[in-house]
Design a protein around this ligand. Sequence first.
Ligand SMILES: [Zn+2]
Length: 683
Amino acid sequence: MLLLKKIAAVLFTALLFCINFLKAQSLENNVHIIYPLNLKDVVIQDSFWSPKFRVWNTKTVYDVFDKLEGKYEPDRPDLIKEKQSWGRTRNAFLNFDLVAQGKKDINTHDGPPWYDGLVYETIRGASDLLIQHPDTALEHKIDGYIDRITAAQAADPDGYLNTYTTLTRPDKRWGTNGGDDKWQHDIYNSGMLVEAAIHYYNATGKTKLLNVAVKLSNYIYTQMGPAPKLNVIPGHGGPEECMLKLYELFKQHPELKSKMSVPVDEDQYYSLAKFWIEERGNYGEADGSHARKTDSSYNQDQMPVLQQQTIEGHAVRATLLATGVTAVAIDSKDPRYINTANNYWNNMIGKRLFITGGEGAVADGERFGADYYLPESAYLETCASIGAGFFSQKMNELEADGKYMDEFERVIYNNLLSGVSLSGDHYFYENPLIATGHTRWAWHDCPCCPPMILKIVGALPQYIYAYDSNGVYVNLFIGSKANISINKNTTIALKQTTQYPWKGISVIEVNPSSANPFTVNIRIPGWAQNKENPFDLYYSSVSDPVSLTVNGEPVNVAPLKGYVAITRKWKKGDKIELNLPMQPRLISPNDSVETIKGKIAIASGPVIYGFEGIDNPALNNYTIKDNSVLQISYSPGLLNGVNVITGKASGVNNDQTNFTAIPFYSIGNRNQISPYKVWIPEK
Ligand SMILES: [Zn+2]
């Protein structure tokens, strides 16, 4: 009997292995690498986005730097109290100055341990913005910050740089000796420094910060890795992708090494990225060597990453790690990485996605909730949604599937934009789908979200299009001009004109360098094809069809992997016209979602709508019929210009009331704190 059991167990294991192998094989077949554009090759000219970029370029980026420098009037009790007791506000740059002066172990540090990281993230976002909107004053400001960062590093002979650890616990670098990198963020901050340096170099050609980043990376490589080096992994995901970017920078531009003042071995950075991914869940050798404390899903360390089936733990850490896993999958085509990236994304989008693109249901631990746990009052940190957006975009690079950009688009028109006020200087940390008295703040005890917002909006222009050697992909409907060299023979100038998301028509003018055959892939969003979610977590339908023409001739709309591929000999002036059905639609959740069962939400195109008390005094009593007639109209004077959706709701005595819904992202921008909700009970 025992023998039979053993044989059965062996067979079962073999079967599992085969299933996993076949699954990995089939996922490998999905791989089709496409590339985002260089930021210098695309410019946004758009009636929806350009006014927002003007605010972010001229106000938000300065606002975030100023506040990191301590120039703010606190509007939250914790920071008001801090200012009263200190006689000043916290200043991230003082930390660098103290370290530069050789101070150590002085038990004083402004802001949370990840304050260095937030400075670096802001430099990254600002650098990208500089490419689209050159601004010498901003560049000069950043140069000044970089001088102070450089001086801080110069105080350490190894090039180690993390102000919190140096100033409060210098013996606990990387969370060793009883420290904890989940709190200290040594590795996270280092990764963000690397990324900032790359982006600043790309924007300006200046290598000063890059030298700092490489020096630190070289030091990290001597410290952690396979035995006898330390078994240390990032307490906060993100550095994995940063190290891969550093590797790619020097791999693609070996000539840059001669401009550096420090040695460069890009393979070291790649091996660090892989070590940090693969060492999660590995706590040392069987003989007890190379040991690390057993850890939890909070930072995705509960089991080896390449065996993880679901996306768990702190939602920002998880989505940034997932982006890094996907980046390595793109570089290596390793089926284990492809498999894990798919596992994460399928679980996140299929079972844990909020309709606004929010992720991370649970406040305690800022973490993903269980499958189908999607309460309206969920936490939904701005950073988590942005992390999910970056992850979806990276999956689109890996597989050239439009469904990933559907989810990127859901993020940018909803949970991203809600994170920053229309005025550009107040921010949401949480983005619940129902709230009373939820207001944006000027500055937060943990102001991680404003830098993250700058990171994704800075990168946004390069995600409008993608390309491979056979053609281009139109991923987003944003008015823009782009130049794309798809191969040696063909450079394509694209010009897109649109009033999306307020109107459904986008016109794309295709101007190849010479008449040539290639493919233009047009993304057809799932919601326009009655597929609100690829896993049917949500349902919706629209009755109007999608229409697509080339030079006025209809093209059959039967998308494959989310795109209609139009292959022809393109010539200058060819025009593609896409018309998406922007009629308002009702969305309902899958029956498995108990928390919003029997409720409906309203959307038009990628924009999810919400009901704010200021427009809807009887909001709490509303019910809406699933066949309600909905009207949509543009209101130029409201909230910088938005489409408003109106219709009839039933009130408490079954009386009919007119309701007004506005884009979710624009909630909380009028001078009145108002309750709001997204999901309304269905009558
Ligand atoms: Zn945040």
